[in-house]
Design a protein around this ligand. Structure first.
Ligand SMILES: CC(C)(COP(=O)(O)OP(=O)(O)OC[C@H]1O[C@@H](n2cnc3c(N)ncnc32)[C@H](O)[C@@H]1OP(=O)(O)O)[C@@H](O)C(=O)NCCC(=O)NCCS
Length: 158
């Protein structure tokens, strides 16, 4: 398995994997799913990568994309937008490796911190984020898509 920056040839696979996972997630309402799936369509993924070549990291096994990390530069912090692993490859350390790679790109971008949100009900993601070094900041109720979230941060030694 390789973790690397996104290349344009990955766009179809990345959009498809994202759509398949997000459309089946129990934590988000229909509005959230519809909006997020549209935000990471094949076309918008290409626009995103043209803006920032480090903003999509992928895990690949053979020729198959099995993990994705969408992120963005946010005023000298990195906002972790989404991290996902194909269901058949979970609990094998793939997302941990995506976060490690993201940290290296954060350092390259002069950022001292990665932060993100997580649905309050997503206990697997909360456990994952804690395990890779994120700490709780706050709970924000009735927020994006009228749902409840927590904010977390991971400080980076620079
Ligand atoms: C959350 C998610 C990204 C984790 O990906 P993963 O590749 O399976 O995670 P890893 O194998 O790297 O796990 C690293 C650590 O996270 C924790 N973890 C991962 N899955 C877990 C689970 N199902 N239950 C409890 N802890 C878990 C463990 O501490 C694990 O370390 P360990 O294997 O040494 O015990 C994956 O479950 C996923 O894609 N979920 C659906 C999408 C989603 O909700 N994404 C987060 C919102 S942005």
């Amino acid at each position: 398995m390789t973790v690397r920056c996104f290349e344009k040839k990955d766009s179809l696979q990345v959009a498809k994997l994202f759509r398949n996972i997000v459309s089946n997630l129990e934590y988000y309402n229909d509005l959230a799913k519809e909006h997020e799936i549209d935000r990471y369509s094949e076309k918008k993924i290409i626009e995103k990568i043209n803006d920032d070549p480090l903003s999509i990291i992928v895990a690949e096994s053979g020729n198959e994309i099995i993990g994705i990390c969408f992120n963005r530069f946010d005023d000298y912090t990195i906002w972790l937008e989404w991290i996902l692993t194909n269901e058949n490859y979970r609990k094998k350390g793939i997302s941990r490796r995506l976060v490690n790679f993201l940290e290296q790109t954060a350092i390259e971008r002069n950022c001292h911190k990665i932060w993100c949100d997580c649905r309050t009900s997503n206990s697997i993601s909360k456990s994952f984020l804690k395990s890779v070094g994120f700490e709780f900041i706050a709970t924000i109720e009735n927020h994006w898509y009228k749902q409840d979230f927590i904010l977390l941060q991971k400080k980076i030694d620079v």
